[in-house]
Design a protein around this ligand. Structure first.
Ligand SMILES: [Fe+2]
Length: 276
């Protein structure tokens, strides 16, 4: 299966994207993460995405890791069948709670693309794998840097959006910050040389952050499952509801982005939890 993909946007001047992240779903449809049935919260988010019509309809979906909570093949089969509801091109990368090798092996048979470089209008989207197998921290190995540099060098004329699972910058939470992207300096060092890189989009921190470094915005997004309490050195859960991010990319390299959340009152986690 091809590692590159091209997506035709509804409007040739803009690319509309929905980012979904940190689903943490299980083989068991009723599996709970700290009190939240994660397949249910993900389904509720998908219902919102499917209901988008006209100008709001996304051209493509990006899923930035932690699709599974139990590393099971069943959780990925569930993900594939749930995603069919949206009927949009979807691209993904693994998070620390995923079994990356298993995903690359079975996703083609589930009808899911394994493309890591996606073209839409004059934008390229590069999906990088920061997963360190069975370790919560992130690291970009040499082969990922090689792939990234290849994408950047061969398309200096295109605006670039990079997706990774782990956060490049710490988020002021000691318990989470020990698991950020360990070689973040190496990444920012490379990206510094490419003015056409506009944004680095991540998951992992289950909260919204937005940092500008050099000419690039580094953005994280809410999970479709549980939300972590911002600015907390020890583990804590936030009362914000599951959510997603929308981005509108323009030809001149500018973009707008907004965070949307459910307003259901249904997905309340167990605030007494001490960790996960
Ligand atoms: Fe996560």
């Amino acid at each position: 299966m091809r590692e590159t993909a091209s997506v035709k946007s509804a409007d040739s001047d803009i690319v509309k994207i929905v980012q979904l992240t940190d689903l943490h779903i299980f083989d068991d449809p009723n599996g709970t993460l700290l009190g939240v049935v994660t397949a249910d919260s993900f389904q509720a988010v998908l219902n919102e995405i499917s209901a988008m019509t006209g100008d709001n309809e996304p051209d493509l979906i990006l899923v930035t890791g932690d699709i599974s909570q139990d590393y099971s093949e069943g959780s990925y089969r569930r993900f594939a069948s749930m995603m069919r509801q949206v009927e949009k091109p979807m691209f993904w990368l693994p998070g620390n709670h995923d079994d990356g090798p298993l995903m690359y092996r079975i996703f083609p048979d589930l009808g899911l693309s394994i493309a890591r470089q996606i073209f839409c209008n004059n934008w390229q989207i590069v999906m990088l794998n920061t997963q360190v197998y069975s370790n919560p921290c992130g690291y970009l190995p040499a082969d990922q840097f090689e792939f990234l540099t290849q994408c950047l060098e061969s398309h200096r004329d295109m605006n670039t959006l990079i997706c990774i699972h782990h956060n490049t910058f710490r988020v002021n939470s000691a318990w989470l910050d020990q698991h950020y992207l360990k070689n973040a300096d190496e990444l920012t060092g490379v990206l510094h040389h490419y003015p056409n890189v506009r944004c680095v989009l991540c998951g992992h921190v289950h909260q919204v952050t937005d940092v500008v470094h050099d000419h690039i915005r580094y953005i994280s997004s809410p999970a479709t499952s549980i939300q972590f309490l911002p600015d907390s050195d020890s583990f804590g859960l936030d009362s914000a509801e599951p959510g997603w991010r929308e981005l509108t990319l323009h030809r001149d390299g500018s973009f707008e982005t907004t965070v949307k959340r459910l307003h259901s009152g249904l997905y309340v986690p167990d605030y007494a939890s001490l960790g996960y």
